[in-house]
Write a protein that binds this ligand. Structure first.
Ligand SMILES: [Ca+2]
Ligand SMILES: [Ca+2]
Ligand SMILES: [Ca+2]
Ligand SMILES: [Ca+2]
Length: 552
């Protein structure tokens, strides 16, 4: 199957505007671009976590840190780069990758089966995060990678911050088809991010019990705090107590007295996600960092709320009674344990979408105010009145939802598509979802194994209680004579020159460089674009896993 750009009848026409990070990129993070004339390629050929310019091997760490290489071929350091893989398996990390050099595309889809998994190693004494993209870096694309942190309850100091990965003060980022789980703080941590997308990923579960966190039980998954122009699209967030979808729109500007600059607005679009099995906090929207504009569209929230009457998919949280920040929330098409939709998941009744919203315990309705047309806090609407079912919540400067309408589906269609396509699952253009992701997807489809995770009704996933890590490894090098990232055979088949490094050129002038055409083909991008929601097949559970809806 050729990548669409090469079979496009309009071959030769440069699309108007800025091309996307990759053809199936959605949301605000689609403007990320790792595309420049000095871009280099690291062909990762070892699972060892070693930096040496002269050892004849190329490691993932060398690519992430933009290290200079002299053998097996010369790569200048400090450049925008793409990581492609001749190896597959688990990379055990004993000190954090601290990524600051801008321009990084980790193309997990180029690895042979079973793909790449990053895991915490036994020598990493400060258990923080093995993969940290922070201040100074921009334009990061991560696709078809598995981040499974793992327990650090082995004599090392207890930690508050065991995240499989973390992004701090980073702009223009898209994570696509990532599996991130077994965190001990959260399993997905983005703080102070702008123009970011999380899409088609499997998020959580954390290891909840005796995993090395300072508190014995710590079951949390997704955290974007704060985020300005952030999109959470087509992900599965699963199995926890808190932070099924914990978001705080805004921009972090800390004043000299340590407090945050108020009234910085932010927009987060939460579209077509599946949020599954959270005890007391399926969702939380905080106005801690700024005016909170949130669009909550076409999501499914199941098998939650059965223990806590205060569990809300759209939980409004006012961190400070005197906060100058307001809320503007749009809710549409969400199937939740509080809102049925006639025609979806076998239901015959539609409930008011505002029933999905409520107040996080401790937050008073009078302190939850709207946002006026002047951009200021406006208490003429309070409590769940700040939720509209008719008017999008658009931050100044944004004119619409950040996900293309033709990429969206109903909550039921999206749920089926997430079960079919989410997580890391492409290896050189072939399907390679691993046994662990299979286990959790099968569990969702049947709502079957859940009781085993919930001893006495409380989530109790310990390290022995989950299905473990990816199995297997492989070394299958591809001949790439000119080291431009595109294998010789592929170049020949696509009319390129396997002896001249031409990955940064754009033979068909469609805006995507030749190397990107290869990367997109390996990810089957053309199957993940328009209409993808309707293509999925496969069984789904009954509405709310067969439990009664939680209605007023
Ligand atoms: Ca090396
Ligand atoms: Ca080549
Ligand atoms: Ca070439
Ligand atoms: Ca092209």
């Amino acid at each position: 199957m050729a990548q669409s750009a090469f079979v496009d009848p309009q071959n030769g026409a440069v699309p108007p505007g800025h091309p996307r990070a990759f053809p199936s990129a959605q949301g605000f993070g689609k403007i990320a671009a790792v595309r420049s004339s000095d871009r280099v390629v690291y062909r990762v050929d070892t699972l060892d976590d070693v930096v040496s310019a002269t050892d004849g091997k190329i490691s993932l760490r060398e690519c992430l840190l933009a290290s200079p290489i002299t053998t097996p071929y010369v790569i200048p350091g400090g450049k925008p780069r793409v990581c492609v893989f001749d190896v597959a398996g688990q990379i055990v990390v004993n000190s954090a990758f601290r990524i600051t050099v801008p321009g990084l595309y980790i193309a997990g889809q180029t690895a042979p089966a079973p793909g790449i998994e990053i895991k915490l190693g036994p020598l990493m004494t400060t258990v923080d995060t093995p993969f940290h993209v922070f201040r100074g870096s921009t334009d990061v694309i991560v696709r078809h990678m598995r981040f499974r942190l793992g327990s650090h309850n082995d004599g090392r100091p207890k930690s508050q911050n065991g995240d499989p990965f973390r992004l701090s003060m980073v702009k223009r980022v898209i994570f696509d088809h990532v599996t991130s789980m077994y965190g001990t703080d959260e399993s997905w941590d983005m703080n102070s991010v702008e123009d970011v997308t999380a899409q088609w990923s499997i998020i959580g579960p954390n290891i909840c019990r005796e995993a090395g966190h300072v508190s014995t039980i710590h079951c949390k998954s997704l955290f974007i705090k704060p985020g300005q122009r952030a999109t959470v699209f087509a992900n599965l967030s699963q199995h926890g107590v808190h932070r099924g979808m914990n978001i705080a729109p805004g921009v972090a500007v800390r004043k000299s007295d340590g407090t945050w600059l108020a009234e910085t607005p932010g927009q987060i679009d939460v579209v077509n996600n599946l949020i599954f099995d959270y005890t007391v906090e399926s969702g939380l929207i905080s106005n801690e960092f700024g005016h909170a504009y949130v669009n909550y569209v076409g999501n499914t929230v199941f098998r939650s709320g059965y223990l806590a009457p205060n569990n809300f998919p759209i939980g409004l949280y006012n961190v400070n009674a005197a906060s100058p920040n307001g809320f503007k929330i749009y809710a549409s098409g969400n199937s939740t344990f509080r809102t049925r939709i006639a025609g979806e998941f076998g239901q015959t009744t539609s409930d008011d979408q505002r029933l999905a919203a409520g107040l996080i315990p401790g937050t008073l309705a009078a302190n939850v105010c709207g946002i006026g047309t002047n951009g200021k806090k406006d208490c003429s609407k309070t409590g769940t009145q700040v939720v509209s079912t008719t008017e999008l919540a658009l931050v100044p400067g944004v004119s619409g939802l950040s996900v293309d309408r033709d990429a969206m589906g109903t909550s039921e269609q999206a749920t089926r598509a997430i079960a079919a396509f989410a997580g890391a699952n492409m290896c050189r253009g072939e399907w390679c979802r691993d046994k662990t992701d299979d286990y959790f997807i099968d569990d969702f489809r049947t709502c079957h194994q859940l009781p085993r995770f919930r001893e006495g009704g409380v989530l109790q996933i310990g390290e022995v209680g989950y299905p473990g890590y990816m199995g297997g490894s492989a070394y299958l090098p591809l001949k790439d004579t000119d080291h431009d990232g595109m294998p010789d055979d592929w170049e020949t088949a696509h009319g390129l020159n396997p002896s001249v490094a031409d990955g940064n050129l754009d033979a068909d002038r469609d805006g995507y460089t030749n190397l990107e055409e290869y990367l997109s083909e390996m990810a089957k991008d053309d199957e993940m674009t328009t209409g993808v929601m309707a293509k999925a097949t496969g069984a789904l559970p009954a509405y709310n896993c067969g439990f009664a809806p939680v209605l007023p």
